[in-house]
Design a protein around this ligand. Structure first.
Ligand code: GRF
Length: 203
């Protein structure tokens, strides 16, 4: 079993897809972390029975205190992996270093194209024949970490922004839970290897 914490600032549709995908697996979503007390993701969490922790990030000082608080919360849940799912804050190097290669993000464009908050709009406005999504590890930058997976689709060029948005979200809801599940499975295998090694020392 491995423990996943999800961070979200807004709607939370990816968060909900992840929670559903982890049901009937050995893994669990231990909590939702948000910087927005009114985010719809919080309503979803309540409905799904997932504990919520809100930490504000409005000033650099607040971010520093909040990150310390979040690390404490994550430790209490024995968190193994963090999934950012529409979390609109940049985490400090200190925080990122606390979970090396254990923080994952999803972005609604084919990175390195169109990083930042308007990934879908910028992709839509481009003349790119293919659009898509990127799942990547988080580093110190914005949407810049090592890529784990990209999925794309061809556009006809006649779709509305809403249609493109829907297509991208559908892809996100399929791929993000699948990738997270794989990462959680491989973390669990590492734990088994570690405990096997541990036993080996004593026999
Ligand atoms: C998604 O498009 C994700 O790629 C981006 O933020 C959006 C979050 O959507 N990082 P939701 O809150 O999961 O519905």
């Amino acid at each position: 079993m491995a423990n996943l914490a999800v961070f979200a600032s807004g709607n939370g549709s990816n968060f909900e897809a992840i929670v559903h995908a982890l049901q009937n697996t050995p893994h669990r979503v231990v909590c939702l972390i948000s910087d927005q007390p009114k985010a719809f993701a919080l309503d979803r969490a309540k409905r799904l029975g997932i504990p919520v922790h809100v930490f504000r990030f409005r000033t650099p000082a607040e971010r520093e205190t909040s990150e310390k608080g979040i690390l404490e919360v994550l430790k209490n849940y024995k968190t193994d992996l963090i999934a950012l799912a529409g979390f609109m804050r940049v985490l400090s190097p200190l925080f990122v270093d606390a979970y090396p290669k254990r923080i994952v993000n999803i972005h609604p464009s084919l990175l390195p194209k169109y990083p930042g908050v308007h990934g879908i709009r910028d992709s839509f406005l481009s003349r790119d024949p293919e659009l898509g999504i990127t799942i990547h590890y988080v580093d110190y930058g914005v949407d810049s970490g090592p890529i784990i997976l990209q999925r794309s689709f061809k556009r006809a060029g006649t779709e509305s922004l809403e249609e493109i948005e829907e297509r991208i979200h559908r892809l996100e809801h399929e791929e993000y839970p699948r990738v997270l599940l794989q990462l959680l499975d491989s973390l669990e295998q590492d734990f088994h290897k570690e405990s096997f090694k541990g036993k080996g020392v004593h026999t």
